[in-house]
Design a protein around this ligand. Structure first.
Ligand code: ZN
Length: 543
């Protein structure tokens, strides 16, 4: 009996310990997410300069999981008397030296902030290029891409397989930068040195491969398009390169690549054909591929995916989704949509993150509409509707950080809202609006955008009201159906400020009515079914 109690005590003790460890791990993750979150309210100092380029030169010491190199940050002052510059870089990366031309600069570090004192204050419009030499351990990914960082993985043969994802954390986890979504550099360069048996794939175009020392190669990548700092990435593995051609509207040809691990070549080959077809489908919807002077590419990664500009991370294991006979790679389609919504059109605050994720997710529905017609399109919304939670507004609080703004409704409710618009505004108006918005120079590339820009793009006041209701509140229209007698019903809604055109099925067929606080009377032997095709997210009360 004594023995029995001893075992019970051991089991209970172990369970308690396990519980404590789990809590500690969860806390560590949350703690880290909070500390490393990107964006938020921009400081006065960072609002006073504009980054024009990052030139990142790094040697990758994979066995030690360390990096060593220099980042050159070019910026322009937006005001007079700018005496110091605030950048961000995680503390695990040690700074050896910061210089500007021949001047050695002094600096201070506080948490992940880096304050650099300039030799003489800058005047408005003046440019400066700072050189920051550093080395050490970049932040390690815990659950990429959601809790990102460096992925120091191994492939099936035990070779290094390295990737970087840092959407939530920002690029400060691996190079000094102005970690705020409102500032995209106009160009970047990546000069990455790896052991010579490895390949390094990055953003933009490969300009050259140099041999700096025996046994090592430096891959020099350059992108001349504005880019979010979290979209800058490197992928290092024993990659094999598959290639296709994409024919641009202007007659030029753009390469499409898949950087794949050797064992996956046949699947990668057929996925690449699908990728090219998707590019043409999106072009039909949104106009030319936004980075046509460079490339579209997929890099096989050991994490699910990320929309890294011109080099989408792909870790979906060639899994296919089937909706009403349309078979496609959902992850690839989603990341590719971000080349238009997220990378070309970019929100200047994380609060408006839904523009990337919600409109990007709607791209999947439009792809299904193109390939499988209305039934595939509607089946997509039947799938995502139960996932919408309505706990937080789609648009985050003002100056939200990446972590504060991120929840699943920015994807699903954001996409559903466009579905609603397709009914209310009509298919051609919606598609014309999306097309003109994504091709408007006022809201693309270097000119970032906001929810209000998007709302104002619809000239119809009723549509603006509808958009604001679904984007800024967690309420749903409450539709009241009251039975007046056996064959007469009254239908109305009084918690919305917009007119709500709906279809209603009743015993006599289908009618379209506009719901508001004024009741609509229906004579029917059956209870009317409001919005039978589910164009709206709504609540129905019957009494
Ligand atoms: Zn996404």
């Amino acid at each position: 009996m004594k023995r029995f109690f001893k075992w019970i005590a051991i089991i209970i003790g172990s369970l308690v310990l396990l519980g404590l460890i789990s809590i500690a791990v969860i806390c560590k993750r949350h703690h880290r997410s909070g500390i490393l979150a990107s964006g938020g309210k921009i400081s006065d100092n960072q609002a006073a300069f504009d980054v024009s380029s990052y030139d990142i030169t790094l040697k990758i010491l994979a066995d030690e999981e360390k990096i060593d190199g220099v980042t050159r940050v070019e910026m322009k002052s937006l005001r007079d008397s700018l005496a110091r510059i605030q950048l961000q870089l995680v503390r695990s990366l040690k700074i050896d030296k910061i210089s500007y031309m021949d001047h050695l600069l002094t600096f201070e570090r506080k948490k992940n902030n880096l304050w650099i004192h300039l030799p003489t204050p800058l005047i408005k419009g003046e440019k400066i290029k700072l050189s920051i030499e550093y080395r050490g351990s970049p932040v390690k990914a815990i659950k990429p891409p959601w809790i990102g960082g460096f992925n120091w993985s191994k492939d099936n043969e035990g070779n290094h397989w390295i990737g970087v994802s840092c959407q939530g954390e920002g690029a400060k986890i691996w190079f000094p930068c102005k970690d705020h979504p409102s500032d995209k550099p106009d160009s970047i360069a990546l000069n990455i040195t790896v052991p010579e048996s490895y390949y390094c794939a990055g953003n933009g175009l490969l300009r050259q491969v140099k041999q700096p020392e025996s046994g090592w190669l430096t891959y020099c990548w350059k992108s001349r398009y504005p880019i979010n700092n979290y979209n800058i990435t490197i992928n290092i593995a024993k990659y094999e390169i598959l290639q296709r051609h994409y024919f641009c509207k202007d007659g030029s040809t753009m390469p499409v690549y898949f950087y794949t691990l050797p064992g996956f070549k046949p699947q990668a080959d057929s996925l690449l054909d699908m990728a090219v077809d998707m590019l043409y489908t999106y072009r039909k919807l949104y106009g030319e591929y936004p980075f046509a002077k460079e490339k579209f590419a997929l890099a096989q990664t050991d994490y699910l995916g990320m929309e890294h500009q011109t080099i989408n991370s792909y870790g979906n294991n060639f899994h296919k989704t089937e909706i009403k006979g349309v078979v496609y790679d959902q992850l690839m389609l989603h990341e590719m949509a971000h080349e238009w919504w997220g990378n070309k059109v970019t929100a200047k605050s994380w609060s408006d993150f839904w523009i990337h994720e919600g409109i990007g997710t709607y791209g999947e529905a439009l792809y299904l509409l193109d390939k499988g017609g209305e039934s595939a399109y509607h089946a997509f919304f039947d799938r995502i509707r139960p996932r919408i939670r309505n706990r937080d507004p789609v648009v985050g609080r003002k100056n939200a950080t990446s972590m504060q703004a991120y929840h699943s409704d920015i994807y699903y409710k954001g996409a559903y809202l466009l579905h609603t618009l397709r009914f209310v505004a009509g298919d051609s108006t919606l598609m014309k609006t999306l097309y003109t918005f994504v091709n408007d120079s006022a809201f693309t590339y270097d000119n970032m955008t906001s929810t209000e820009d998007f709302i104002n793009y619809f000239s119809d006041k009723n549509i603006s009201e509808l958009l604001r209701f679904y984007l800024y509140t967690t309420e749903l229209p409450i539709i009241q159906i009251k039975s007046i007698n056996d064959t007469t019903f009254s239908v109305f809604t009084d918690n919305i400020t917009f007119n709500m055109p709906v279809e209603m099925n009743y015993s006599g067929g289908t009618i379209t009515a506009v719901l508001g606080s004024e009741p609509v009377r229906i004579i029917s032997s059956t209870i009317p079914v409001v919005d039978p095709q589910n164009w709206y997210l709504k609540q129905i009360n019957f009494d």
